[in-house]
Design a protein around this ligand. Structure first.
Ligand SMILES: [Zn+2]
Length: 422
């Protein structure tokens, strides 16, 4: 029997915290509201009344419910899975996240009327999108429980969007809950003021054994494949599942892991850089092609039908403007997809040099890439620990440079030269 938290791999502490909060939230909804007319049926007031009731009050004051949360953890640790599971538990008619009631089911399938999910497609979440969202989130929950806004990759909020969100979090509408996901609570990821208003749910990188276990149990993947994929994905649950199931993902990984062997000279280094960039571009183009085309067709249909439903202002902006907007959004999404694909490749490559380093040190740890372990062993002999470490650092510097907006091709070429020279 698994409830909504069943997919959170290796996160026992976070799950315990969220279960307590969901129970508190359910108790808040059950608590009789004795506020005077026009009074304060918002969350804080309910919480005060609730805390004043000695019978069902939670023993741990931190166990209670609050209206703003940040889920942090490395990519693949399950930030958005945790946020969705918690949202389901809040909307669950039993207040537990049973996983089977209509509240749980519609939240998990993304059709619950009171749960809004923001998944940034471009490089950042803009202020207009955020204003619309905050406005809609302020309405009363149609299902009588909570209005929930989940923001994936809250680190991609623009400053203006962050300010719009902050205003909502500072003066929370009654019964509205914000669930933010971000890599960390570092000020680069989330503003200090937003952070100070939220409760943090830290997630850790799940151990490979826990990832393998869930691949076998939930996805029916053979144990040996699951173990290999869990190690190769370095704690990233979604990546592990893709590697186990998608032959193309495996081929792309093989091509990346062939890079160290191919670096035989300057020309080869530039060739390897081109191949890596082009593979990332092709992967990204394939991943967005379908949705791009669907959006274009939907817009053309709307324009052909006279733009009904877009309102007078929309009609006045004209077809050209709308098409331009769409192209801009799609370009931003394509750039993001390319960077994500390239980053996955760099993480694989970093894993290889990390293996060489641990072997040079004779550290008693399992290799990330079991299938290239002998190649990494040969590298360890040739480069020694120091040379392996320099190469690992070159890969990590390349990731950092791309994150800091260095042109990917330039960063990757510099990395390949460093990997060849050592
Ligand atoms: Zn339920």
């Amino acid at each position: 029997m698994t409830d909504v938290f069943g997919d959170l791999v290796g996160q026992d502490e976070a799950v315990a915290m969220l279960r307590r909060a969901a129970a508190s939230a359910a108790a808040l909804l059950r608590a009789p509201v004795t506020a005077p007319a026009g009074g304060h049926d918002d969350l804080d007031a309910l919480a005060e009344e609730y805390d004043g009731d000695p019978a069902p009050a939670p023993a741990d004051p931190g166990a209670g419910m609050t209206h703003a949360w940040i889920f942090t953890g490395p990519p693949g640790s399950g930030r958005s899975v945790a946020a969705r599971a918690f949202a389901a538990a809040l909307e669950c008619v039993h207040g537990t996240g049973c996983g089977t009631c209509p509240g749980c089911h519609t939240t998990l399938t993304g059709t619950h009327a009171d749960v809004r999910l923001v998944v940034p497609e471009g490089l950042s979440i803009g202020v207009n999108e955020m204003r619309v969202l905050v406005l809609r989130a302020a309405s009363a929950p149609s299902g009588g429980r909570w209005q929930i806004v989940i923001i994936e990759d809250a680190d991609r909020l623009t400053e203006a969007a962050g300010n719009a969100l902050l205003k909502a979090i500072e003066e929370p509408p009654p019964r509205t809950v914000f669930l933010l996901c971000a890599p960390s609570t570092h000020p680069d990821d989330i503003s200090v003021t937003i952070r100070s208003r939220c409760r943090v749910v830290p997630l850790r990188q799940p151990p490979p054994a826990a990832v393998a276990e869930v691949l076998v149990r939930r996805d029916g993947i053979a144990p040996d494949v699951a173990e290999w994929a869990a190690a190769a994905a370095q704690g990233h649950v979604g990546r592990a599942r893709r590697l186990a199931r998608d032959p193309e993902a495996r081929q792309r990984r093989d091509a990346v892991l062939a890079v160290p062997r191919r670096l035989t000279g300057v020309g080869a280094a530039f060739d390897a850089a081109s191949a890596l960039i082009e593979a990332a571009e092709a992967e990204a183009a394939a991943s967005v092609a379908e949705i791009d085309e669907a959006e274009r067709r939907a817009l053309q249909t709307a324009l052909g039908a006279g733009g009904t439903g877009r309102g007078a202002a929309g009609a006045m902006r004209g077809a050209a403007g709308q098409l331009k907007d769409l192209e801009k959004r799609q370009k931003s999404r394509a750039t993001r997809a390319q960077r994500d694909a390239l980053d996955r490749a760099l993480v694989d490559l970093a894993g290889f040099y990390r293996d060489a380093l641990t072997m040079a040190w004779r550290a008693p740890v399992a290799p990330v890439h079991t299938d290239t372990a002998s190649l990494a062993g040969a590298g360890a002999q040739k480069w020694d620990a120091e040379g392996s470490l320099r190469r690992l650092e070159a890969v990590l510097e390349c990731r950092a440079a791309i994150e800091a907006n260095v042109k990917p091709r330039i960063a990757v070429e510099a990395m390949m030269l460093a990997l060849w020279r050592g």
